[in-house]
Design a protein around this ligand. Structure first.
Ligand code: ADP
Length: 326
């Protein structure tokens, strides 16, 4: 498709140049014919063989007329060429955008089908095993933990789907006075309980309060913690910090020890449905909605989000939220 557009564009440009050359040549031929006719007229009038036309104002007008025509052909050709190139560029760009959206939606449908089916299938299997067989207590506990982790994953996925629908329609943020420190601590503690295998360090400053949408704030933290867990490399290490940098700003940082994010992908990861790689090749599960939701929420709070490289490896997601103190 891309090459077809380039071929058509190239052909049109060459045709345009060809017409410009032809018109310039015609203009030249016309000038020659008219000046020859003028020469003949003045030769006859003054009875000479070779009258010097340069001394006649009529000849200067003729030269000017043809020069004007020449510039008109070149100018119009140039304007038309620029319009043609920019038109084709815009069409190509929107075509690429449409194809990109279609590809992302296809990937999204593939992943969502898998994402919904696989935790349900695991939970069913675990429950069937627990019912049918007598399992030693420690093994049974492990299976219960696995079932809990799968159902949490399902819950988060459904929350993300619902939140995306809300955000993409008319979500009314409910900014309410919130004890952000307590909310963040309880989310981190809940996550640690649900994922005892993870090494999670946290440093939450006490007493931070402000106006935020509670549900949205929970979604931001959950998505960032889940990504740190999902993309972290064993032995996984996650660091979470929340601190006030000035009376009106709170900074949330979630750091992981994953592969990091290539520079050219750093802005794209916040697009809806964006996931690096393709559904067939990528190893991690996901829908490409998490960071899209996070960015939308942060923007609605007039905040900023950025992703930095963590040394020696990994990423740091840094959210800065302006909070109107209570
Ligand atoms: P999902 O995780 O469901 O694919 P997200 O919107 O949360 O969707 O993330 C979009 C993409 O950004 C992911 O597919 C992944 O490529 C990249 N990404 C997000 N978080 C991280 C992270 N902590 N480390 C490395 N890559 C990440």
């Amino acid at each position: 498709m891309k090459y077809l557009t380039y071929t058509v564009a190239g052909y049109m440009l060459l045709a345009l140049i060809w017409w410009a050359v032809l018109l310039t040549q015609n203009n030249k031929a016309l000038f020659k014919a008219e000046s020859e006719a003028m020469q003949l007229k003045y030769n006859t009038l003054y009875g000479v063989e070779n009258f010097t036309l340069e001394n006649v104002p009529e000849y200067h007008q003729l030269v000017k007329k043809h020069q004007r025509k020449k510039y008109m052909i070149l100018g119009e050709g140039l304007v038309f060429g620029i319009m043609l190139i920019s038109g084709i560029w815009f069409i190509q760009k929107s075509l690429e955008r449409e194809l990109d959206i279609a590809r992302k939606q296809k990937n999204f449908l593939l992943s969502i089908t898998h994402e919904l089916k696989s935790p349900i299938a695991s939970i069913n299997l675990i429950l069937q095993t627990l019912i049918k067989r007598s399992i030693p207590p420690d093994k049974s506990r492990e299976m219960h933990e696995n079932a809990l982790s799968e159902s949490t994953r399902l819950e988060n996925l459904i929350n993300n789907l619902l939140f995306t629908t809300k955000i993409n329609t008319e979500y009314q943020y409910n900014f309410e006075a919130t004890d952000i420190s307590t909310l963040a601590s309880s989310l981190v503690k809940k996550y640690i309980t649900q994922h005892p295998e993870l090494n999670i360090e946290h440093k939450i400053e006490d007493g931070i309060t402000g106006f935020v949408d509670r549900e949205a704030f929970v979604s931001v933290m959950m998505n960032l913690m889940e990504n740190a867990d999902k993309y972290g490399e064993p032995p996984k290490k996650i660091q979470i910090s929340l601190q006030k940098t000035d009376p009106d700003t709170v900074i949330l940082k979630v750091t992981d020890n994953g592969p990091g994010i290539p520079a050219k992908e750093k802005s794209r990861i916040f697009e809806q449905f964006y996931r690096s790689g393709s559904e067939e090749t990528r190893k991690t599960k996901g829908t490409g909605l998490g960071l899209y939701i996070v960015k939308k929420i942060v923007q609605a709070h007039r905040g900023k989000i950025r992703v930095l490289d963590h040394s020696p490896k990994g990423s740091i997601f840094e959210v800065s939220l302006p909070i109107r103190p209570i």
